[in-house]
Design a protein around this ligand. Sequence first.
Ligand code: PBG
Ligand code: ZN
Length: 322
Amino acid sequence: MIYPDYRPRRLRRNENLRSLVRETVLTPAQLIYPLFVMPGKNKREEISSMPGVFRLSVDQLAKEAKECRKLGVNHVILFGLPEKKDRVGSGAHATDGIIQRAIKELKNKAPELTVSTDVCLCEYTSHGHCGIIHEGMVDNDATVEVLARTALSHAKAGADIVAPSDMMDGRVGEIRAALDEHNFDQVAIMSYAVKYASAFYGPFRDAADCAPQEGDRRGYQMDPANAREALREATLDVEEGADILMVKPGMPYLDIIRLLRDEFDHPIAAYQVSGEYAMLKAAAINGWLDEERVMAESLLSLRRAGADMILTYFAKQMAKLL
Ligand code: PBG
Ligand code: ZN
């Protein structure tokens, strides 16, 4: 037996030593908590495929915000379920739309909280696609115009960050221009720069009632087979003025997070999406996985891959542990 001079186990002997050499840390300040906002009063509906996640009416938001703040989670992202939908997604940019009211409520009752908003049309269109449909196709340029109006309406309501998730070409630039033109030059853009056409969004589409009635999103979201294309998408968004680049989903795309981390200086966000949450929860509920440990490990892995911040339905639960 030849004894090695260097023994990695020396620094794993106890928690003090392990924490001394730990390369990656996770803090509540790096977590962004998604909120689903629904019409009505006193509503708090659990989403069946996402145990522990609720749709809330606007009047419930202040309480939720206080809970987040208490746990050190200072940042939420809003998704809206409008009262009614139409073919062009008018509800997305209505002055008194569900998200616009939600932003105002949060800014009034919990001004310390940073509020991001998802900018897309799929929750607001009757057909469930992320844009305006012309001749059976999602019309890129017509959609971009509506997205810019939507982002501007969020900024007017008080949003700190707008996050376009539609994957139309050129939308970041148009949104930046619209914001700047109206003196919202301090409103940041967190671009869903690299968003794959993923089956892991399933539970979210139930939660936000936004599954396409016909067809799928592969005509605008990225092909899961592509990595180099992620660099082109991110490059475009940087050139158009994105402040934060997001990769979505998270765990199946750790290589893409690392790729962007190595190639760009911009802050990078990872979205641990609904399907990732649902599968961990389901296994935990069945007693097949240790919930706290897989939650912590999955989030730490996103950080290790290079994400500065993480959007996750576990945000509050994780923060409680930290
Ligand atoms: C809307 C949007 C989706 C998600 C975030 N914004 C759904 C989709 O693109 O189909 C997915 C989030 C999740 O699964 O947690 N475009
Ligand atoms: Zn969409």
